[in-house]
Structure formats: C-alpha cells, structure tokens
Design a protein around this ligand. Sequence first.
Ligand code: FES
Length: 189
Amino acid sequence: MATAAKSHFCLEGRLLGFTPGASSPRKFMTVQTSTGEISVKLSKSLRLMLLGYLTAGDWIRLVGKQKLDPETQEWRYKAHEVIKISERRSLSPRLASPIAAAKPAPHQPQKVLVCNKSDCRKRGSGALCDFLETALAASGRAEQITVKQTGCMDRCKTGPHVVFMPGKQRYSKVTAAMLPDLIQKHLQG
Ligand code: FES
C-alpha cells in the first residue's frame, strides 16, 4: 500500500463556516484561500475552543498537518491551531510565501534558538522546531538560517521560548501560529 505524504501547513483565509461530522457539529471548517475553498478538519480540542470565538467572515490563520491522499492525490488538512488575523491584502496559501519575502541581513548569521528542555518540550517546543525547519526549507532558506535547540532558559513557567538572533529578541508562550509573523519581523534585512 502506498504511504501517504505528510507535512506541516500554514494557511490564511476567510472562514466560510463550520461543517458537522458524525461526532461533532464543528468537525470541519470551510476556508476561502487565494487558491480556492478548502475543508479543514479540526482537532477535538479546537472544536470546543472555537465555540463563540469565530464567526463566518473572520480572517484566520490555521496551522496543522496535511496528508496527501494516495488515491485521490488531494491534500487533507487537520488543524491544531487557529487564530484570528487582520484582513490581508493578498492571501498566503502556504507558509513558504511570507517567508520567501523575507530578506537576510548581510554579514549577520541568523539563528532561531528554541528551548527544548523538559518544561518547554512538554508545551510543544519540538513541534515549533519542526515547523521552523519545514518553513525555512520550503522558502529555500534552511542553509542561511539555523534552528538550534537549546538548554533551559530559566523561564520554565512561560515556555516554550524562542529567541531570534541577531538581536536576542525573546518570545514566551510561542505557538506555531505565531511563527510566520515572528519570522517576517525578525528574519529580514
Ligand atoms: S525548560 Fe524552557 S525555559 Fe526552562
């Protein structure tokens, strides 16, 4: 049997509405992106969290995993994070788009440090590293920007922590949905 290809995704678009499944009235959401409408499955924890938070028409960013169906050759999306964003002039269908626009600062090595000790790891720092590496590879910048796992940064209760170099800008309680904006902000010339 063919193995399904999997990867992370980050999509932005406009919420069109929720679609029920057998077990939940909010199992899927339909999102209008720049490349068309897509249906995204929501993780169980998200289905409750989104109750009352989003309404049709909201602009959102979704982060999660996508799997290529070997039969239909179509991507299936499952979201783990959804945040509201302000309206974008042009939608970014993939994480590669906003990162590809970033320009490296000449002569200054760029690094992203991610605390990967126990407390931060429990709060999802491993997924942040995966997400950063996938995003940088997708934009062809994996050679120029290093993602480095570090030891404890002594602020364990507010992890996961991410630090952007040069500049040493530190962020606490980082989620994958925050990363595209942080990369655009800090990894530009
Ligand atoms: S474990 Fe990350 S700051 Fe201590």
